[in-house]
Design a protein around this ligand. Structure first.
Ligand code: SF4
Ligand code: SF4
Length: 377
């Protein structure tokens, strides 16, 4: 039986596994062309397996994800699941576009109210936009109008301090963070999680499996360590159990692409409890994380001192891609993610050197941009 965690302030029980609808199966490798039939079967199978939280976003799959989730929730499934979607304010020209975007999300999902509405991806300078555009007021108004029920945000901010500032600025009901055993000190990390947990704000975990890269094409040295860990568990299972081990986690979103993943994730999170991992198991996962980190190319800490880049490149994100390329044995998924998620590509670098003068790690950033362009473009 699926495990559930209590969302006290909302009085809801939420399944420990949440369905992330950002990596649905596609046809012909075209991200915007979802294999609707299979995606609907998968979402419904997850709900039949006890999942009651489905997470999408206005922008996922080139705007197609919400519509597919809406179709999956027909035939009685809406009554069994809460829906989360997100406001992509950073893709808008001005605050006047927020309400039409919310209304379009409702229309695509074909529902009267969105259960969990998030300010999508607060990071870097976007925090200023959130404040200047009156997004808090907009969210409160939408809630009053009955269009949304619970207000939260997702955050890829660069540090625990950044996350704390956002968390303290508004009475958020929940927050969504990238959290996995490899990223304990990345972005808000475990310190951010602990801060939220201390305030009683539940955390929704995203990227528990590093976008699925943990589950395939492992470098040899890493594969040996996973095998030594034993227990008959896959890396995906260990990673899910690591996130489930944290009591302040409300639900763990997995962006599932195949029915096999749905089945495995449902199975694992039907049998995982907070505090379920032993000290020895946690230590073994820390050692594994250290081994992964030994493979990285650039010791970028994500501090962002190098920004803004003259050409508008999100330098820490590119560094992350280059490092992941080495850590995950040249996983081809990274090429898709680079194309999808990086607004200004690394080839825009003009080698001005401005960033390198600011980098406390003295990293050869221009060279890294060249390397990234060679790999991913
Ligand atoms: S060297 Fe390249 S990455 Fe660095 S600031 Fe200049 S254009 Fe941006
Ligand atoms: S300043 Fe250096 S260490 Fe910091 S984010 Fe930029 S590249 Fe990474």
């Amino acid at each position: 039986m699926m495990k559930y965690r209590h969302f006290a302030s909302a009085g809801l029980d939420i399944s420990l596994l949440g369905f992330g609808a950002m990596r649905l199966p596609t046809i012909g490798g075209d991200h915007a062309h979802i294999d609707e039939g299979e995606a609907i079967r998968m979402i419904r199978a997850a709900i039949d397996g006890g999942v009651n939280y489905v997470d999408t976003a206005y922008v996922y799959h080139g705007g197609m994800s919400e519509g597919v989730v809406g179709k999956a929730l027909k035939d009685g499934y809406r009554e069994k699941a809460y829906v989360a979607t997100k406001l992509p304010y950073w893709a808008m020209q001005g605050p006047g576009e927020m309400e039409p975007a919310l209304d379009l999300s409702l229309k695509r999902l074909d529902i009267d109210a969105i259960d969990f509405y998030l300010v999508h991806d607060i990071s870097g300078d976007r925090w200023e936009t959130v404040k200047q555009w009156g997004i808090f007021e907009f969210m409160a108004r939408a809630k009053q109008q009955g269009k949304i029920r619970h207000i939260g945000f997702s955050c890829h901010g660069s540090s625990p301090d950044y996350f704390r500032e956002v968390l303290d600025a508004y009475p958020w009901e929940f927050a969504q963070l990238q959290l996995n055993f490899l990223d304990k000190d990345t972005q808000a990390g475990v310190a951010g999680y602990e801060y939220a947990a201390g305030k009683g704000i539940p955390i929704i975990v995203m990227e528990p499996l590093k976008g699925g890269k943990l589950t395939d094409s492992l470098p040899e040295s890493i594969r040996r360590r996973w095998d030594a860990l034993g227990g008959g568990r896959t890396p995906a299972e260990w990673a899910l159990r690591w996130a489930a081990n944290l009591p302040g986690v409300l639900t763990i979103l997995s962006g599932m692409s195949t029915m096999a993943q749905v089945e495995e994730n449902v199975r694992v999170l039907s049998d995982a409890d907070a505090g379920g991992l032993s000290a020895a198991e946690l230590k073994a996962l820390d050692d594994l994380a250290a081994e992964y980190n030994r493979l990285i190319t650039y010791a970028c800490t994500g501090c962002r001192y190098c920004l803004p880049c003259t050409s508008g490149i999100e330098i820490p994100q590119v560094m992350d891609f280059v490092n992941n390329w080495a850590m995950f044995a040249q996983n081809p998924k990274l090429k898709n993610e680079y194309r999808m998620f990086l607004e200004t590509k690394a080839s825009a670098c003009v080698a001005c050197g401005k960033c390198e003068a600011e980098c406390p790690q003295h990293l050869p950033i221009a060279e890294a941009m060249k390397q990234a362009a060679g790999i991913f473009e």
